[in-house]
Design a binder for this molecule. Structure first.
Ligand code: PXL
Length: 279
């Protein structure tokens, strides 16, 4: 039997230190039996929560890569866009979707511009507004609570009611956008979890872990995208990705380094590969 390995175009930065973005996607997707074809948006010495990080915007090189890809008759099962880093890169991402996002290609966007009530270093309201425009070109977006509040022009609140968030998120739907899947949402009883508004509406609360871990959104997004391509179900992929991410964060809690150096997921990849077999 010769089954074609699915291929996902992954557009985000390469941060040399601090597990996030491409570093995570290029480990997770192959563990799920998926080829990661990468479009690096920027090269950083470390992610932007580390003081003194270097940042090289790769958009000129990306233009050349895209020109080559366009001549190659490439096809993808999905396009997964994460941290971009500048306004020109948002425009480039829109072009990637236009060129390679034919009907049937899943387009998943993690807006990746903030967390814990704040924007990441280097971002401002203009960036958020441009990202809102990009959201309408995606099929599924994966904002965390901070990003969802910014996109919806709501004040950030750890106490937002899940029903109210889901209702507000409806405002973003339309264009190509079918599902708004918000991570790290507060639920009654001190729990946290997922709220999905749109075609596949559901909620998935679970108990809160005590240590926030940098890069946990990127880990969730990579696992979600891979499992979605494997099984086609937004809810099933999201629940399993949340469970896996939570398990990895629990593993990371014995070492405070992971708060900034990222979720300790490597040792769990064989387990993820085993689980993927049933997807
Ligand atoms: O995890 C999101 C992320 C991705 N890439 C870079 C970042 C961050 C968050 O800070 O700085 C470069």
């Amino acid at each position: 039997m010769n089954v074609r390995t699915p291929r996902i175009a992954v557009m985000q930065d390469l941060s040399c230190i601090g597990r996030c973005s491409l570093g995570v996607a290029m480990a997770v997707l192959p563990a799920l039996g998926i080829e990661a074809a990468v479009l690096p948006t920027a090269l950083l010495s470390a992610h932007t929560a580390f003081e003194g990080f270097t940042f090289r915007d790769l958009s000129p090189e990306l233009e050349r890569i895209l020109a080559h890809w366009q001549a190659m008759d490439l096809r993808f099962d999905a396009i997964y866009i994460g941290y971009l880093g500048s306004r020109p890169l948002i425009d480039l991402a829109a072009r990637v979707i236009e060129r390679f996002g034919a009907p049937g290609v899943r387009v998943i966007l993690d807006p990746a511009f903030g967390d814990h009530g704040r924007l990441y270093a280097g971002f401002d309201g203009d960036y958020v507004r441009a990202m809102r425009g990009l959201c309408a070109r995606a099929e599924i977006i994966l904002p965390n609570l901070t990003e969802a509040c910014c996109l919806l022009e709501l004040p950030f609140s750890q106490e937002a009611a899940p029903e109210a968030l889901a209702e507000s998120a409806q405002a973003l739907l339309g264009g190509r956008l079918r599902d708004v899947l918000i991570t790290s949402c507060p639920f009654p009883g001190g729990r946290t979890g997922l709220i999905c508004a749109g075609e596949h509406a559901f909620t998935y609360p679970h108990s809160q872990l005590s240590m926030p871990c940098h890069g946990s959104g990127d880990l969730f997004a990579s696992v979600f995208t891979g499992l979605l391509v494997r099984c086609g179900s937004v809810e099933r992929a999201a629940r399993a990705a949340a469970d896996f991410t939570r398990g990895c964060i629990a593993n990371s809690m014995n070492c405070p380094d992971h708060r900034w150096y990222g979720v300790d997921f490597e040792a769990m990849l064989p387990e993820l590969a085993r689980q993927a077999a049933s997807f």
